[in-house]
Design a protein around this ligand. Structure first.
Ligand code: NAP
Length: 300
């Protein structure tokens, strides 16, 4: 019987683990794939207070090692559901069940697809959701990044260092991403902005050979001959398996306020999977601390 089981080893989950073990609780973190969550794919972080520059990979690895060294148990198993039996909570994975007194859901979110024909088949053959992981395959080539948030801008910046040409395609003329990185990109000779544009079609001969773009409110179409398309259009949460215990909003996020409590006593929510307006590294870490301390108070 663990005191706290945390579902997800991203920034929120691992921060919660650190706070849980430091409060003297037994903590198990369950992660379906790799530790770190989304931040592991960010080339460079320079907005986490107290750390001037760090790569997403190094940040995530530090967090993982810190949680382990402090005494958190971390298992790589996919959680497929939860159950409550009076005061005992049961977390069900693909291979076994674990009992605990409280649960923190820190499932984050996964990359949102564009939903275009052939998008799935071309993953690894021109389509990527991670510039840091796959960018090196496109050295000297022409590529495009789609999206208008920080991820798209950071990906474009990363790719511009070794691709021949980087197009940034955004469906509006205003970006969500930070002004500082936008200004950096505007000064780069090999970066071109294609605004008010949407990808209409993927072109391929087995691998991506190009895309067709449609300009908003006009009949204008444009063909871009590119070898790589980096899709950075946000994330979608995956919380349906918990819907009998927690409330989900229309987008599938777990309803929880700043106290990280859900509608069921003993179940808490932390990080990007929670209903919130600011999804940042700092707010994910903050949620982890709040959820863990709330769980400690609940356990008593
Ligand atoms: P995001 O901020 O949600 O931006 C997604 C972008 O994709 C938006 O510009 C959106 O357009 C566009 N988009 C969404 N659906 C689309 C579609 N079907 N077709 C075309 N475009 C579409 O996502 P994100 O950039 O991944 O960032 C997620 C969160 O993580 C943000 O809070 C971000 O600040 C944070 N983040 C932080 C860092 C950092 O701190 N270093 C790094 C990366 C991300 P509209 O603008 O028109 O809606």
């Amino acid at each position: 019987m663990y005191d706290i089981i945390i579902v997800g080893a991203g920034t929120a989950g691992l921060s919660a683990a650190i706070y849980g073990v430091r409060a003297g609780k037994s903590v198990l973190v369950l992660e379906a794939s790799v530790y770190g969550g989304q931040i592991i794919n960010t080339p460079e972080i320079e907005n986490y207070p107290g750390i001037k520059h760090i790569s997403g990979y190094e940040f995530a690895t530090n967090l993982y090692e810190q949680a382990k060294e402090l005494g958190a148990e971390i298992q790589f198993e996919k959680v497929i559901g939860i159950r409550s039996d009076n005061d005992t909570k049961i977390v069900i994975t693909e291979s076994q069940e674990y009992e605990c007194k409280s649960i923190i859901l820190a499932t984050g979110a996964k990359n949102k697809p564009l939903g275009l024909k052939q998008e799935n088949e071309l993953i690894g053959a021109g389509i990527s959701y991670c510039a840091t992981c796959d960018g090196a395959f496109y050295r000297g080539k022409d590529v495009a990044v789609i999206g208008g948030g920080n991820t798209a801008l950071e990906d474009a910046n990363f790719l511009s260092a070794y691709c021949n040409k980087v197009y940034i395609i955004h469906r509006r003329d205003k970006f969500r991403g930070e002004e500082k990185i936008l200004n950096t990109l505007k000064k780069k000779h090999n970066v071109e902005f294609l605004l008010n544009s949407q990808v209409k079609e993927l072109l391929s001969d087995g691998s991506l050979t190009g895309i067709m773009l449609q300009e908003k409110n006009t009949d204008n179409q444009r063909r871009l001959d590119i070898k790589g398309l980096f899709i950075a259009i946000g994330q979608i949460p995956e919380n349906l398996m918990f819907s009998e215990h927690v409330e989900l909003d229309q987008g599938g996020y777990i309803v929880g306020k700043e106290d990280c409590k859900t509608k069921e006593d003993g179940i808490f929510v932390a990080g990007d999977c929670r209903t919130k307006t600011v999804r940042q590294l700092a707010t994910a870490a903050s949620d982890g601390a709040i959820a863990a301390l709330a769980a400690c108070e609940y356990i008593g």
